[in-house]
Structures are given as structure tokens and as C-alpha cells.
Ligand binder design. Sequence first.
Ligand SMILES: *[C@@H]1O[C@H](CO)[C@@H](O)[C@H](O)[C@H]1NC(C)=O
Ligand SMILES: *[C@@H]1O[C@H](CO)[C@@H](O)[C@H](O)[C@H]1NC(C)=O
Length: 186
Amino acid sequence: MSREDSRGLSLSVTVVAGGCPGARTNMTMEAACREACGTAAAKGMYQLCIDTLREEDTTAGSVDEAGEYAYHAAWRALWAYLDTMGRAWHFLGDAARLAGEEKAAYEFCVGGRYQEAEAAMDRVRNRLPDHCGPNVGDEYKMALRDVGACRDRVAKLPSSPLLAMVEVDYNRTLLASMLGKLIGVK
Ligand SMILES: *[C@@H]1O[C@H](CO)[C@@H](O)[C@H](O)[C@H]1NC(C)=O
Ligand SMILES: *[C@@H]1O[C@H](CO)[C@@H](O)[C@H](O)[C@H]1NC(C)=O
């Protein structure tokens, strides 16, 4: 067997092992959000889900593959992280006006945690909608852990204009992982 053959073989095995069983299921965004978020318990998440998916297609009741929804949610979370990092850098650029603990908190977020979360969510985005191996589940967990660590730190400040953004980022990360579960991420 030539080297190319063996490489092709191992690649196709990886794909099969990590395939997303639910990625090609056609469903409305309302059904996807209902299944991913549950109903009454997480009304806020359901609304965030609908708002996020409507950015792609504003037609209520339109149908798409569940894998596309999961992909879009990951992409949207990533975009939100970049936005938040831009804002935090902006505050850090005006360091003279920042209290020491505020400066330390923002540096903790953009200098580390958000970069880690961004890298993790970027790996998710690169693998979806066709790769659902356990490694993808780990990447969602890493992003949740890192954004959550930033949120907890910022929440301890007396007040912060960044907190609202970081809290939404956490929910966006959670939503992305819920839509990942919907298509079969473990
Ligand atoms: C989902 O819809 C698309 C476009 O209509 C179609 O090509 C595809 O085969 C459908 N997938 C399934 C699993 O029915
Ligand atoms: C995040 O989601 C939770 C659960 O739905 C909700 O209670 C909370 O208000 C949300 N936070 C933000 C900032 O949207």
C-alpha cells in the first residue's frame, strides 16, 4: 500500500468515527431551538436561539439542515468574542482611567481566557457540521470554561461596562453547544 493510500484510509476512518448523525436533518429553526433549548425552563435561551438563527434567514418557518444551525451558532459566538475583545482592548487603551482591578480583569480576559475560547470555538467551527467526535464536545466545554472564568472575574468588579457583553457571550457559547448536542456532539 502506498503512503497516499494509507493516509486516505485513516482520514476516512476519522470522518466516520466523528460523523454528526443529526447534521442533515431538515427542520425549521423554531423546531431546532425548541429541541435544543427545551421549552419553559430556558425561555431566554430559546429567544437567543431564534434571534441568532434569524440573522441567517429571517423567514419564520423556513427549513434548513440542523448542522447549518449548529455551524451558524458557533460562528456567531466567535464573532461575539471578537467584538468583546475589541471593546476590552479599547478600555485597556485608556488605562489611565481604569481602576487597577478593572485593568487586571480585562487583561485576564483578553490576554488569555478569550483567546483560548476563541481558539476552541474556531476549532468547533472548522469541524462542524460534519465532525461530531468527542473532541468537539471538549472544545465547547473549553470555550464555556474560559468565557465563564472571564465572566466570574468581571462580575466581581463594582461595575463594568463589559459585564453585559461577557454574559451574553457565555449564553451564546451555551447555545452553540446545545445546538451541537442536537446534531450529535457528545
Ligand atoms: C434536506 O433538504 C435538502 C434541500 O431541500 C435536500 O437536498 C436534502 O436531501 C434534505 N435532507 C434530508 C435528510 O431529507
Ligand atoms: C443567559 O441565559 C439565562 C438562561 O436563559 C438567562 O436567565 C440570562 O438572563 C441570560 N443572560 C443574558 C445576559 O442574556
